[in-house]
Design a protein around this ligand. Structure first.
Ligand SMILES: *Cc1c(COP(=O)(O)O)cnc(C)c1O
Length: 363
């Protein structure tokens, strides 16, 4: 028998989430961010489901190549920009637009061979201090791009938010995002071109930041990074269900200890289920005992350490559970955000971490 572990991708949820983004940002075009293999959901699968998006955002030219090979003809934007002069030919061949965030890229574009002009998204660093031109350097960068024959004169202006998951009503009052908005407006005043600032959290909580293009990733997969919330709080639906089955149910005596390093002790004689999933499938090893799973659709708790291929589950709440019964690790109605919080991370990480031995199914 094949291993019973599977990740089901719900394409109707992806489409629903795209329509929710459009509802919240009705005057913006939507770049669906599909980096990291569509946040672990499968690049081509996600892009086909989201073919109604106005563009796709990727982190690697190889992803752009895969989208074109899959027959997708929408605009594609290389979010981290190109690294080598040779990439410029690839951008043209694949008809891919690129972020320009550094002087080294300006130079390569200025020296590029003549050919089809490349559409550029000029990125400002308005305070996140990862990628982008300093505000005081933006006008010069913009002028140089406009003057470069290899560059399309229609240049988009963008930035990226560091803390847009903190909304106006939060403890920080959204201070950093308000400051980034102010810096962006000041640095780009009078410059022509479309504006693009908003990631998922800004789509959800910062309507003033929507402008011409929004760039949601996580929201399309139904995942919220706003602390203490899940996608459902914003009418989003999880696009993935990670599931497996019980392969054993054992009665373990009171006082016996479960799993590696014997970290969990049975408080009474009790049934303990063993599910065919572990960190070798991408389930986070670092979740503590008590982290929920669904057995036959009802909540049960992980006990002991998650191991490579297996995990152990307290079945006192479901004494009738049998080998073969279904176990859901995340997916409606058990949000991946809950599991991520237990593992000390955000919901994006577990979905991006699923390994190749997990079978992907689409519904
Ligand atoms: C990843 C990324 C996004 C999407 O972020 P989410 O939080 O997933 O919405 C948007 N813009 C850029 C530049 C990114 O790198």
């Amino acid at each position: 028998m094949a291993r019973p572990t599977s990740a089901t991708v719900h394409t109707d949820a992806l489409r629903h989430n795209l329509s929710q983004v459009r509802r919240r940002a009705p005057n913006s075009r939507v770049m669906a961010v599909v980096k990291a293999d569509g946040y672990g959901h499968g690049l081509e699968r996600v892009a086909r489901a989201l073919s109604g998006a106005d563009a796709f955002g990727v982190a690697a030219l190889s992803d752009a190549e895969r989208l074109r090979a899959a027959g997708l003809s929408q605009p594609v934007v290389l979010l981290s920009g190109f690294n080598d002069a040779e990439d410029i030919g690839q951008l043209r061949r694949l008809n891919v637009e690129t972020v320009v965030h550094h002087a080294s890229q300006l130079q390569m574009l200025e020296q590029a061979a003549p050919g089809t002009p490349i559409r550029c998204w000029l990125k400002l660093d308005t305070g996140m201090h990862r990628l982008g031109f300093a505000p005081e350097d933006v006008r010069e960068a913009h002028a140089r791009l406009q003057a470069a024959p290899a560059v399309d004169a229609d240049i988009v202006l963008m930035n990226h938010f560091a803390s847009s998951d903190e909304f106006i009503g939060s403890a920080s009052h959204g201070r950093q995002t308000r400051e980034q908005l102010r810096v962006f407006a000041e640095a780009t005043a009078g410059l022509p071109g479309a504006r693009s600032l908003a990631n998922s959290a800004a789509v959800l909580g910062w309507p003033d930041a929507h402008f011409d293009w929004v760039r949601p990733g996580g929201a399309l997969y139904g995942i919220s990074v706003v602390e203490g919330t899940t996608g459902a709080d914003f009418d989003l639906r999880p696009a993935m269900t990670l599931a497996t089955r019980l392969i054993a149910v054992n009665r373990i005596r009171r006082g016996e200890r479960i799993g590696y390093s014997a970290t969990w002790e049975c408080p009474e004689d009790m049934p303990v289920g063993v599910a065919a999933i572990g960190y070798g499938d991408g389930y986070p090893r670092r979740v503590p005992a008590g982290t929920p799973v669904l057995v036959n659709g009802a909540r049960a708790a992980i006990v002991g350490r998650v191991s490579m291929d297996l995990m152990t589950i307290d079945l006192r709440t479901q004494p009738d559970a049998r080998p073969g019964d279904p176990v859901v690790l995340w997916g409606d109605p058990l949000p991946v955000e809950t599991i991520a919080a237990a593992a000390g991370t955000i919901g994006y990480e577990p979905v991006c971490s699923i390994t190749r031995r997990v079978r992907f199914v689409e519904d």
